[in-house]
Design a protein around this ligand. Structure first.
Ligand code: BMA
Length: 371
């Protein structure tokens, strides 16, 4: 009896360390995560062994030559189906403005998140929030004091909690028709292995970056009682496991391990393979979800980009999803990264869509990811 008790105690210890409980299976970092959030987490872990979901930023709200047309999606217009994963951007929410830095109303984002949830898709949010120290944009890297200034004791700490209050208000408004909180993958402070955002590598120390993360999770989870988030850690390109993990804030606050990587030259397939294999391996070892959280390629000129460069590189690697960035409808800071009618790679996207390894709306709707 004693031996059995000792053994089961050790077993529980091992399972908890691995982010599991004996009866429930793997659980997210937030011990109070809602049932739907736990279910999403477990279903994404299972699904990433079977196929790769396709995601697109702002897919339902604008595309090439249109904005705010109900039912439209550039992806659907090319392949006949919606993506499985949808990215939304919350920059400028912290200012209390009605629309994002990409001119999408937060009320619209909310209703699209609700629509995606109803259809069984997955929502993820990013946050290019303003520089709290200078008042400049997320890209204002003129001071290496910004992260420090928002931590406890810093001159912008209270201002920053105000930012988090506004974020929390929006997240707490994400409810389905029956009042259930809609789980979302929250991906702040991304691409921090580069130095183009105020939270980037050369703008703060390792400890400051980790503290920013932990302060954010603790405030949302413990002070604001938000329990419908899966937290995503998302670097830019990296070379080694050590580099990837250098600023990782900890298994107890992170649910997804991801990276952003754009196709900017001939090294892309090899770099993508290296980063994807590393993230997939690290995520599996920790029972976390793995993903390519942002990508995009020269689809106007490289007509087999979807299959030859993206799919064939990622096919052997277990990851939850790959999300391509937006198809800007105004002030285009870059070419569309998603497929769209008339694009020279549109036919190749149909091959990508028809490949059994890729998963779109049709495949995930039947999976009941939240049950
Ligand atoms: C960038 C570009 C910008 C945009 C920002 C936040 O990569 O697409 O135009 O404002 O993301 O979505």
């Amino acid at each position: 009896m004693q031996i059995i008790q000792k053994f089961s105690g050790a077993l529980v210890g091992v399972l908890l360390l691995a982010g599991c409980t004996a009866d429930q299976g793997p659980v997210p970092a937030d011990p109070l995560a809602t049932r739907e959030t736990v279910n999403l987490y477990q279903n994404l872990l299972a699904l990433q062994k079977e196929g790769l979901m396709f995601g697109h930023q702002d897919d339902l709200v604008y595309g090439v030559g249109w904005v705010y047309e109900v039912g439209r999606s550039d992806v659907k217009e090319v392949c006949g189906d919606y993506p499985a994963v949808y990215g939304w951007e919350l920059g400028h929410l912290e200012l209390g403005e009605p629309y994002s830095l990409d001119s999408v109303h937060f009320d619209t984002i909310r209703s699209k998140i609700q629509e995606v949830y109803r259809r069984g898709g997955v929502n993820t949010v990013s946050w290019h929030l303003r520089n709290p120290l200078t008042g400049g944009s997320a890209w204002d890297v003129s001071s290496a004091e910004a992260v420090k200034s928002v931590l406890p004791g810093g001159g912008k700490h209270d201002l920053y909690l105000g930012y988090l209050d506004k974020l929390a208000g929006f997240l707490l408004s994400l409810k389905s028709g029956d009042g259930t909180f809609i789980p979302v993958i929250f991906r702040p402070y991304h691409e921090h292995t580069g130095s183009w955002f105020w939270w980037g590598k050369n703008l703060c120390t390792v400890e400051e970056y980790k503290s920013l993360w932990r302060m954010t999770v603790e405030y949302l989870r413990d002070t604001k009682n938000i329990h419908h988030l899966l937290y995503a850690y998302s670097t830019d390109r990296f070379s080694t496991e050590e580099e990837y993990l250098e600023r990782y804030p900890g298994d107890d606050v992170i649910d997804m391990m991801a990276f952003d990587l754009y196709d900017r030259g001939p090294d892309f397939p090899e770099t993508l393979k290296n980063c994807a294999e590393t993230v997939s391996r690290l995520a599996a070892a920790r029972t976390k979800i793995g993903a390519v959280s942002e990508t995009g390629g020269p689809i106007a000129t490289q007509t087999d980009w979807w299959t030859a460069r993206l799919l064939e590189t990622l096919r052997p690697i277990s990851l939850s999803y790959v999300l391509v960035w937006r198809n800007p409808w105004q002030g285009a800071s870059h070419a569309p990264f998603g497929p769209h009618p008339g694009n020279p790679s549109a036919e190749d996207f149909v091959l990508f869509y028809n490949d059994p390894h890729t998963l779109f709306q049709k495949e995930v709707t039947g999976r009941n990811l939240y049950q």
